[in-house]
Write a protein that binds this ligand. Structure first.
Ligand code: ADP
Ligand code: MG
Length: 615
């Protein structure tokens, strides 16, 4: 019987490799720029047309290639960066697999121009779908130019996955940004449809580059990191204090031996370094370079080299986490961490309990652990923000001097209760505990309401109701706020302007990466518009253009709802409390809440009596 197995033709293997290496235009840019950097280029120009689907061109002034090498580099497994197996464990170049050029050439129309001498004797080779069509000698300065057109012209399935030009150029800008951060000695220029998106000069320092890419205001906030472990690990770069934070991990830029890698261990270590300083769901802004002996890290784990494997994970992890903690430590926000601060005034709990655990066994929902952590963090941040006003007693008695309700009338909850008659509005309000929880009596039960969670929940439900109705009320800003974003966020915003209009935002492009915000959803009230918009931009990707899944919409609404709500550790006057309780009655508590946090906890008389050993 004849054999059914055949060795795949070179071209098919290249296309299969392309499936792994070339996911979208930005992957082509990544591979080409890496090659330019490996060739010791001092200047790299990236030109894009139509988000890369029409043209991607990368030109460098690196070493260039000889005529023979120019042909060889298009062959599979052809590389100048690796000779013997031992080389794999001592890699100092970005490339080594010898796969990228043939893979890209197999799914596009590629022209390579290169010159590896100072006599100007260069060569040009044209390839179409992996087949060499033409070659000729041409005069060129030293360096290499690769022009990739009609990406995926012969793989329609892949082509279908390309998103709009704005999205693709956003990914491309992200790739070039990372390379430019990692190589401050190289000049980069990125152009889209003939327009310069950015240019960083050879002499621009890392802080300047960080500011150029991630936003000017960061420049004043950057904390330098420069440490060694005394053996072989080095960590350098810049980090931001915790109050500069984002809703995704997208602004955690980590480089391992000069390679931009979102490694799980390193990411975890960074977040660990900020532990207790950031609220759950918030992420720091850092640009960090880890350098170690190449033999201590395996980069040959993934075709796109997005992952690595450390020989000693724990050591790397703990080194990074400890150094970040140290860098953040002298700052003021640590001094006021909840554990260090004895709460003046009466405590609600038996005095035998440790002073830092204001939570009781009664809060027995499964989420309790993470909820309390989150609140502690929130509280410590809030305390930092309002350190001057922490002297208020832990229990604020109901009889404390009531502030006037708007309009001069002092609210009379006892009377209001008769009028409204809803579950929450008819509770008897006893006082505020720890400026964070409302204590209420409901028949024989004691009800604790988390004021922050309650307010968030009210806003979420209102927003969702208005959104479903198709009209979210807006509130115009007195002065439109102009905000500058990074490229990816700007691209996402540009694409999502219509979507955002449906959520109550009025936003207009303001040239470059800037947008003018004219209105925000009215329900958000006074809020930090800049922070809000950064969050919105990073969430937009999940919402998509239209018909987003309900879950994604809910997540997004929840994020909006979080902005500018009543925080934990905020003293509330009785009229404010009553307004909150009244509003709670308008919320449908049967509907699910995306964060799943409890708003209230009930303690029965029996439970309280058991605490005092009365039964
Ligand atoms: P790898 O980078 O893994 O070696 P590639 O397919 O990306 O594989 O490139 C193959 C080879 O082509 C490289 O090893 C290098 O010798 C050469 N090459 C590619 N791009 C350039 C460039 N811009 N300048 C000089 N040489 C290049
Ligand atoms: Mg390469």
């Amino acid at each position: 019987m004849s054999s059914r197995i055949a060795i795949l033709s070179e071209n098919i293997s290249n296309m299969i490799a392309a499936g792994e290496v070339v996911e979208r235009p930005s992957s082509v840019v990544k591979e080409l720029v890496e090659n330019s950097l490996d060739a010791n280029a001092r200047e790299i120009i990236v030109e894009i047309e139509h988000g890369g689907r029409k043209m991607i061109r990368v030109a460098d002034d690196g070493e260039g290639m000889s005529r023979d090498d120019a042909f060889l580099c298009l062959e599979r497994h052809a590389t100048s960066k690796l000779r013997k197996p031992e080389d794999l464990s001592a890699l100092t170049t970005l490339g080594f697999r010898g796969e990228a050029l043939p893979a890209i050439a197999s799914v596009s129309r590629l022209t390579l121009q290169t010159c590896g001498n100072d006599e100007g004797e260069g060569v040009e080779i044209q390839v179409e779908g992996g087949t060499i069509r033409q070659s000729r000698e041409i005069g060129l300065p030293r360096g290499t130019l690769i022009d990739v057109r009609n990406l995926f012209f012969n793989t329609p399935a892949r082509r279908k996955f390309l998103r709009r030009d704005e999205t693709e150029i956003g990914h491309i800008a992200d790739v070039v940004t990372k390379q430019a951060l990692a190589h401050p000695d190289v000049q980069f220029r990125l152009l889209h449809n003939g327009r310069c998106l950015f240019e960083v000069r050879r002499d621009s320092s890392l802080p300047e580059r960080i500011a150029a890419f991630l936003g000017r205001p960061l420049l004043k906030q950057l904390l330098p990191v420069e440490v060694e472990d005394g053996v072989d690990l080095t960590l350098s770069g810049y980090i931001c204090p915790p109050e500069v934070n984002r809703s995704t991990s997208g602004a955690i830029y980590t480089f391992i031996n000069g390679r931009c890698i979102r490694d799980r261990v390193v990411q975890h270590a960074v977040i660990e370094g900020y532990r207790n300083l950031l609220m759950k769901g918030r992420f720091p802004v850092v640009v960090l370079f880890l350098t170690l002996d190449p033999a201590m890290v395996d980069v040959n784990v993934h075709p796109t080299k997005h992952e690595v494997r450390f020989r000693d994970q724990r050591r790397v992890h703990d080194f990074i986490a400890a150094r970040l903690k140290q860098t953040l430590q002298p700052a003021a926000w640590l001094e006021s961490a909840p554990a260090d601060e004895p709460s003046p005034g009466a405590e609600l709990q038996p005095s035998a309990s440790p002073p830092v655990a204001p939570r009781h066994p009664l809060a027995h929902t499964p989420e309790t652990a993470s909820v309390s952590r989150r609140e502690q963090v929130q509280e410590s941040l809030d305390r930092y923000a309002r350190r001057s006003s922490v002297e208020s007693p832990a229990v604020r008695p109901y009889s404390s001097p009531p502030r006037s309700a708007p309009g001069g009338a002092t609210a009379e909850p006892e009377v209001e209760r008769e009028r409204k008659g809803g579950f929450f509005s008819s509770l008897r309000y006893l006082g505020q505990y720890h400026n964070s929880y409302l204590l209420c009596q409901q028949d024989e039960n004691l009800l604790l309401i988390d004021q922050h969670a309650a307010h968030e929940r009210i806003r979420f439900e209102k927003l969702r109701r208005d959104y479903r109705r198709g009209e979210v009320p807006r509130q115009g800003l007195l002065f439109p706020e102009v905000i500058e974003f990074d490229f990816k966020a700007a691209a996402a915003l540009q694409e999502g302007l219509d979507t955002l209009a449906a959520f109550g935002f009025e936003i207009e492009p303001f040239g470059g990466k800037a947008f003018a915000v004219k209105s925000v959803p009215a329900v958000l009230g006074q809020t930090n518009v800049e922070e809000l918009l950064h969050d919105v931009a990073s969430d937009l990707e999940a919402i998509g253009k239209s018909g987003a899944p309900d879950d994604a919409v809910d997540e997004f609404l929840m994020r909006l709802a979080c902005h500018g709500v009543i925080r934990a550790n905020q003293a509330l006057a009785p009229p404010e409390v009553q307004a909150l309780l009244d509003e709670l009655d308008q919320v449908d508590f049967k509907a699910h809440c995306p964060h799943g946090r409890p708003v209230q906890v009930r303690l029965t008389l029996g439970e309280i009596e058991r605490l005092f050993k009365r039964t």
